[in-house]
Design a protein around this ligand. Structure first.
Ligand SMILES: [Zn+2]
Length: 183
């Protein structure tokens, strides 16, 4: 078990009592996920979402520093935006311009692979219900609510996923409103 666990998601550290993830846990997490920056972002993103939900469930006020503590220190482990790491080339599919850009919309059917997040080593099919604009996220990442589906498009599980839209593949698009004129 990793040292300095949280007392509960969104709460203080069980070991030192500091707001979680405390400095010691951030350090040990950096070591644990060395060389796997994307997995670390997905991991801390999961903790961040759980923290927001758990604080709400316990009737605690939102913690304004929660996002910074979970995600604000991850810049150091990720390549700069747009930079392609060597050895990761197969993860970047050739990209065609998508209607409405690369942003998912409710109703879209997506193929979510490890290009969207390394937690999807086993790709899934995903029908988008909603995009969480109200949840702060690490830049270049999004929370999506929706249904995991089987290959025929039948819903098998409702879940929230944390992904990089740039790594998603669209299987089909929901109808979109006409694009606004360029300003
Ligand atoms: Zn601690």
């Amino acid at each position: 078990m990793a040292p300095h666990p949280p007392r509960y998601a969104g709460g203080p550290c069980f070991a030192c009592g500091e707001p979680w993830p405390c400095f010691e846990r951030q350090l040990s997490t950096l070591v644990e996920f060395a060389g796997r920056g994307e997995l670390l972002v997905a991991y801390m993103g999961d903790w961040y979402r759980l923290g927001v939900e758990e604080r709400r469930r316990r009737g605690l006020p939102p913690d304004p520093d929660l996002e910074l503590r979970h995600l604000g220190w991850l810049d150091m482990v990720l390549p700069a935006q747009g930079e392609q790491r060597s050895g990761d080339a197969e993860a970047a599919p050739p990209r065609r311009p998508m209607p409405g850009g690369l942003r998912p919309m409710p109703g879209d059917l997506l193929h979510v692979t490890r290009a969207a997040s390394v937690q999807f080593v086993r790709p899934i099919f995903f029908r988008v219900i909603r995009v969480h604009d109200d949840w702060h996220t690490y830049h270049g990442w999004l929370w999506l609510d929706g249904y995991q589906t089987d290959s025929k498009g039948n819903a098998v599980d409702r879940r929230s996923i944390y992904v990089r839209p740039a790594g998603l593949r669209w299987l089909n698009h929901a109808a979109r409103p006409p694009a606004p004129p360029c300003r």
